[in-house]
Design a protein around this ligand. Structure first.
Ligand SMILES: Cc1cc2nc3c(=O)[nH]c(=O)nc-3n(C[C@H](O)[C@H](O)[C@H](O)COP(=O)(O)OP(=O)(O)OC[C@H]3O[C@@H](n4cnc5c(N)ncnc54)[C@H](O)[C@@H]3O)c2cc1C
Length: 422
């Protein structure tokens, strides 16, 4: 454990050099914020209560934003990631409707490489932390749980469980879905209609995956607008889970653990695939703060990133790529704050703008998709039509795969085409 003397001298060192920057939480959001700062020659202190490698309950699916942010940080790091054997390359997604009809959407980059992956978070987050540890400008304090904070003149004082203290001119809170700072200081409350409950279980020997390691989203009747996922992993393993908005869990009185267990044992399209599969752990749960409501995610001398800022896609449940983007935008904003010596709430609000400019359109459309997906009859109708007509299937495939044309789901013409198109 880092000593009080060490922490104090670190504080002195950073205060004497440049305004000290602390990042609390070293998941994808915090790690990327620290890395982009280091890239711009700005030192920072990155703090995490865990010692890495550490697990995080997650579906482990890494969408297109992940390679995109890695590339912006360093092409070499992206290349290194592509060579990791701990992840699997995915070349498509399979959607299953409540009446068990399927749509498969293959995807790949023009050069044939995959743009989606599944990697256990134990490995992916550690991969980022290895890069963090290679950067001399990042002081990484692991096993450091911040238990309290207080506003001081020109910054914040942070204290860990052992009573060790640090001061910081600006704090990036990237400490995940249970961030106390987000609730108490940034006034972001858990609202059941903007929050989801999620479960994860690692399995081995699940059979019946599609060619190209497609990830699978099963929109089953009892859990709409949520879904059950079956994601392939290296070494014959798989990540299985289920997510559903918390207000629906409460209203319907659903025991989601039981529902997951029953589906795997009895659903006609799943039971044979799990007949000889072995669970590698007990089911684990965690919350997903959804981006279906726009929040204020910064203030005087602070920014919230990733789950602490509620940046999870309300339809797909993706949050890793968004967390990484928010970390990058936080670092960009810090550079401006230092340059102009301006840490005011008004100035830092540019960070909110950058985040919502990049992600806001996706969040709005996904909120709408989540609403549509509440209706089993509508999903069945769309999937039936897609199975009857190649041209409708192509339309839906491009809509599901592309945010810009996904807005057609709002367009009445789309439904006319579904009804009468060939
Ligand atoms: C069941 C489930 C399935 C999901 N599936 C997917 C998926 O397939 N794909 C996807 O993109 N997203 C998925 N998500 C969302 C994704 O897990 C999150 O969006 C992502 O982890 C956010 O990253 P983050 O860096 O903001 O937070 P986290 O990854 O939660 O990291 C926060 C870090 O802060 C540290 N910390 C917390 N409190 C303190 C403290 N007081 N002091 C110091 N350190 C602290 C923690 O130890 C942790 O390392 C899923 C989420 C759930 C719950």
């Amino acid at each position: 454990m880092t000593s009080w003397y060490y922490a104090e001298s670190l504080t002195f060192y950073f205060l004497s050099m440049k305004p000290s920057i602390c990042i609390v939480g070293a998941g994808p959001a915090g790690a990327m914020a620290a890395l982009f700062l280091a890239k711009a020659n700005v030192p920072c202190i990155l703090i995490d209560k865990a010692v890495f490698p550490r697990d995080k309950v997650c579906g482990d699916a890494l969408g297109g934003f992940v390679p995109s942010v890695l590339k912006q940080y360093s092409e070499d790091l992206l290349l290194k990631f592509r060579q990791q054997s701990t992840k699997i390359d995915c070349f498509g997604v399979k959607f299953v409707s409540p009446n068990l009809k399927e749509i498969q959407i293959p995807f790949a980059l023009p050069d044939g490489q995959s743009e989606g992956f599944v990697s256990p978070r134990m490995d992916f987050d550690h991969f980022l932390i290895e890069e963090v540890k290679s950067q001399s400008l990042i002081t990484f304090l692991e096993g450091w749980e911040i238990s309290s904070y207080s506003k001081i003149e020109n910054g914040w004082e942070l204290e860990n469980k052992e009573g060790e203290k640090l001061t910081s001119a600006l704090v990036v809170w990237a400490n995940g879905a249970h961030s106390q700072f987000s609730k108490k200081e940034a006034n972001i409350q858990v609202e059941a209609e903007h929050y989801a409950a999620g479960l994860r279980m690692y399995y081995e020997n699940v059979v019946g995956f599609e060619e190209g390691n497609m990830i699978e989203l099963h929109f089953l009747k009892d859990i709409l607008p949520g879904y059950l996922w079956v994601f392939p992993l290296p070494n014959n393993k798989a990540n299985i889970g289920l997510g559903l908005r918390s207000d629906w869990v409460n209203k319907r009185g659903i025991n989601i653990k039981k529902v997951l267990d029953e589906y795997l044992k009895t659903a006609p399209h799943l039971k044979d695939r799990f007949k000889d599969a072995k669970a590698l752990e007990k089911v684990k749960g965690y919350g997903l703060p959804l981006a279906s409501k726009k929040r204020k995610i910064s203030g005087e001398r602070f920014m919230l990133c990733g789950d602490a800022a509620c940046l999870i896609d309300p339809f797909t449940g993706e949050g890793i790529g968004h967390a990484m983007y928010s970390g990058k935008f936080a670092a960009d904003q810090i550079l401006k704050c230092i340059e102009q010596n301006n840490f005011s709430a008004e100035f830092i609000a540019q960070y909110d703008k950058a985040v919502y400019q990049k992600l806001g359109k996706t969040f709005k459309l996904s909120t709408m998709m989540q609403k549509l997906a509440q209706h089993a009859w509508l999903l069945n109708f769309i999937f039936n039509r897609a199975n009857q007509s190649k041209s409708i299937q192509n339309t839906i495939m491009s809509m599901l795969g592309n945010v810009d044309i996904r807005k057609n789901f709002k367009n009445p013409m789309f439904y006319l085409k579904l009804l009468f198109g060939k």
